[in-house]
Design a protein around this ligand. Structure first.
Ligand code: ZN
Length: 433
């Protein structure tokens, strides 16, 4: 049976297990291209192809391309090439058909759309859709992966990509609505006042495409999205309904429900969701650390984990960055003229170790502003868990206790601030390596 563990084992075998674009990556890309039939010899549009283009060609790594392939693959479409499938009456996530391996009952084959797996209740054949493809075509698993990658790249299989595209369209529509509401709507007046107080100029608001959202605006938004032709199913799958009902709960509980929306885009420039910054009395401490709306079925955890919030707003993230505590700090620092600030996740190496590790491999240098009191043994232990390549890119700027980095930079001024950033303490020095 094809499992995630096996996936990484295969990647390790071919040299693509590391996200660091090392010489092994080129070898992996070569392996992935395989025979001449896979070598298309041209660079296709980012995000549209799998495996046949070297990883470096579109800034992703080989691992990411493989993750995209697994995320985009649709078991129903792939198995549907061999078997006629129909929906199970009692479960929308399952389909049934005649098993091609034993051909007993007409509906012994079950296909689960949630994890792209299959199982025959008669002969007990089962596994991932890629296993099914391998068995039907008489291929090994790596050959099956390559074969499906080729079908996806050629467009013979669409997979879940059309749904993902619709998801991005929904999020773009929300971005436009929220931005318009902030710039010119009556509902945005208090948010504009708050931005003024924070010293954020209209040009920054425009460049980062800030928006505003509240329970009342959410009601209007749902009407707008339906008018644009998005179906209730699409909105539900994109997580919009769940997001709006959270806003409703906050409103009904008498909590502050008005928030700024900070749109975050992936490396291809697609809008994927929003960080929220509360406009309420506890604004300094009330913000979301995860992107909303969370369309889990559409934006896979892999893609979601790669999101980085920066003032570049979908353009290339700078190669030298400053890690910040809150998404809102990115805006405040952009206002101060510092465009290298990025929010990757909460600054917690224990909980978000893998995410940081992956991110660090994409930049040349990352400075983490930190308090001496945070440098505990536990912190150092987690630091040591980063890969050596990630560790050598990381440096620390020691902040005066209790002062946020944005406040510190404001106080020191950008010239002194930049000099201190350049002079940060490398992680290897910190660890005494
Ligand atoms: Zn069977």
């Amino acid at each position: 049976m094809f499992t995630r563990r096996m996936f990484f084992k295969i990647l390790a075998t071919v040299g693509g297990g590391s996200t660091f674009p090392a010489p092994g990556e080129a070898a992996a890309a070569q392996w992935l291209r395989g025979s001449a039939a896979f070598s298309t010899g041209h660079l296709a549009k980012s995000g549209d192809t799998y495996l046949e283009v070297p990883a470096q060609a579109f800034g992703g790594t080989t691992t990411e391309q493989w993750e995209n392939l697994l995320d985009d693959l649709d078991a129903v479409e792939l198995l549907g090439r061999y078997v006629s499938l129909k929906s199970a009456p009692d479960d929308v996530s399952r389909l049934t058909g005649r098993c091609p391996f034993c051909r007993h009952d007409v509906d012994s084959l079950l296909v689960d759309t949630r994890d792209d797996s299959y199982l025959c209740t008669d002969c007990l054949a089962g596994g991932h859709a890629l296993d099914f493809h391998a068995r039907m075509e008489g291929l090994s698993l790596p050959e099956s992966l390559r074969s499906v990658g080729k079908l996806m790249a050629a467009g013979a299989l669409q997979g879940k990509r059309p749904k993902l595209k619709r998801f991005h369209c929904i999020i773009e529509a929300i971005d436009r609505f929220a931005h318009e509401s902030l710039i010119c709507g009556r509902a945005g007046a208090s948010a504009r006042g708050w931005l003024n107080q924070e010293g954020v100029a209209a040009a920054v608001t425009e460049k980062i495409s800030l928006g505003v959202m509240s329970y009342a605006l959410g009601e209007q938004l749902l009407g707008r999205l339906r008018a644009l032709g998005f179906t209730p199913d699409e909105l539900e799958q994109a997580g919009v309904d769940g997001w709006m009902s959270c806003l409703g709960d906050r409103f009904k509980a008498g909590e502050f429900d008005s928030a700024l929306l900070l749109p975050v885009r992936d490396r291809d420039g697609n809008c994927c969701g929003f960080y929220e910054q509360s406009l309420g009395p506890d604004a300094a401490f009330t913000w979301s650390s995860h992107v909303s709306p969370y369309g889990q079925q559409l934006l896979s955890p892999h893609r979601s984990n790669r999101l980085v919030y920066s003032a570049a707003n979908g353009q290339k993230v700078p190669s030298s960055v400053v890690l910040v505590e809150r998404p809102w700090d990115v805006v405040l620092l952009a206002q101060e003229g510092l465009h290298q600030a990025v929010y990757v996740s909460p600054l917690d190496l224990h909980e978000y170790h893998d995410r940081f590790n992956r991110f660090l491999l994409h930049v040349q240098r990352a400075v983490w502003p930190i308090y001496s009191s945070d440098l505990s043994v536990e912190f150092m232990r987690n630091l040591c868990r980063l890969s050596p390549h990630a560790l050598e890119r990381l440096a620390f700027l020691l902040l005066p206790e209790g002062v946020r980095f944005s406040e510190w930079l404001c106080r020191e001024g950008s010239v002194v601030g930049q000099a201190r950033l350049d002079d940060s303490l490398s992680a290897t020095e910190l660890l005494g390596l």
